[in-house]
Design a protein around this ligand. Structure first.
Ligand code: 13P
Length: 341
């Protein structure tokens, strides 16, 4: 496999494949496990992620790369194989979440800036050594009344650009993730407001990336879709697709090889349908695929339910969803295919 940033970025979004975001922090995975009544321990987290990563059909055909949490990057499967090797042996690329989370931004009540730049160069060298070839950093923007403010957008965009340069210096492809929340409080904003804020955020992010000379050919953008707040959901699948494509065309340079969406709290089927509609009847300069966490994992987590005897069922559920998302990345998902599991 080529070590050039451009080649890795292209491979991450190639041929209807997309990314599995399995980088939940220890606090977040605990919440997911709470939903199935499972205690979160180092070994239960390993067992769950090993189940996903050993879904050979899904990994070989539909998953180009996996975003890991640091613990998983250094973890071994039950038989002693490093999980990084399980990923690589399936022809997929290991990646790593490197930010340390969204923290309150002083002077900006109710807004955050994502931290993790201090010491990042040294951490990236360690992650490269362990096999990571791409990384992820998520900036978070919430819509609430008059917020977001430009100060918060700019602080997050600048941090994303600083992170991206450090990654490229370390031969790691940065996934630049500015998420406009759809389910933050109060979560009742309109799709028009989502469009306006998403355009503002992406425009600011690409200005900062340009100012810091980030090589656009060697990065992936991970945006949220333009969608109304979770408590106000009424936009059709077509409207979400149209507005998302409109904003991306206005703001994302054609030099960027790929855009891999987050699911952000959409249901599995919504996230699949929206991606497919985005890829239908649009002639666009970038590949548009998925980098889903919840929308790829929810059914697998429920089918597995924390029980060793359900590993095959969990893998079947994961493979089905990955296949549906792959079809969506090619614009050929149809609702009636859902039943054919
Ligand atoms: P969701 O698809 O669950 O939003 O997670 C994707 C992700 O990586 C968020 O940072």
């Amino acid at each position: 496999m080529s070590e050039r940033l451009e080649d890795i970025a292209v491979a991450m979004v190639a041929n209807g494949r997309g990314l599995l975001a399995a980088d939940e922090s220890t606090a977040t995975i605990k919440k997911r496990f709470d939903s199935i009544g499972l205690e979160s321990t180092e070994s239960s987290r390993r067992d769950y992620r090993e189940m996903l990563l050993r879904s050979d059909e899904a990994m070989r055909n539909y998953i180009s790369g996996v975003i890991l949490y640091e613990e998983t990057l250094f973890q071994k499967a039950a038989d002693g194989t490093p999980l990084v090797d399980v990923i690589r042996n399936a022809g997929s690329i290991p990646g790593i979440k490197v930010d340390t989370g969204a923290k309150p931004l002083p002077h900006f009540p109710n807004e955050t800036v994502t931290e993790g730049l201090d010491g990042l160069a040294a951490r990236l060298a360690k992650y490269y050594e362990a096999g990571a070839r791409f990384a992820k950093w998520r900036g978070v923007v919430a819509i609430s009344g008059a917020l977001p403010s430009f100060g918060a957008i700019k602080a997050n965009a600048h941090a994303l650009a600083r992170y991206a340069t450090l990654c490229q210096e370390a031969k790691i492809v940065p996934i630049v993730e500015p998420e406009v929340l759809m389910d933050g409080a109060p979560g009742d904003h309109s799709i028009e407001r989502s469009e306006e804020v998403t355009e503002w955020v992406l425009r600011t992010v690409f200005e900062e990336l340009g100012d810091l000379r980030v090589k656009l050919e060697g990065m992936i953008l991970k945006p949220s879709m333009v969608i109304d707040g979770k408590k106000a959901r009424k936009a059709s699948v077509e409207e979400v697709a149209e507005r998302t494509v409109k904003v991306l065309k206005r703001t994302v340079p054609a030099a960027v090889p790929g855009i891999a969406f987050l699911s952000g709290g959409q249901s599995t089927e919504e996230a699949t349908a929206h991606l497919s509609a985005i890829n239908t009847a649009h002639d666009l300069p970038w590949k548009l695929t998925f980098s889903y966490g919840r929308a790829l994992q929810q059914e697998a987590l429920n089918a597995w339910n924390g029980k060793p005897e359900n590993v095959a069922a969990g893998q079947r559920a994961f493979t089905h969803r990955a296949k549906m998302c792959s079809l969506a990345a090619k614009g050929s998902w149809k609702k009636d295919l859902e039943q054919a599991a």
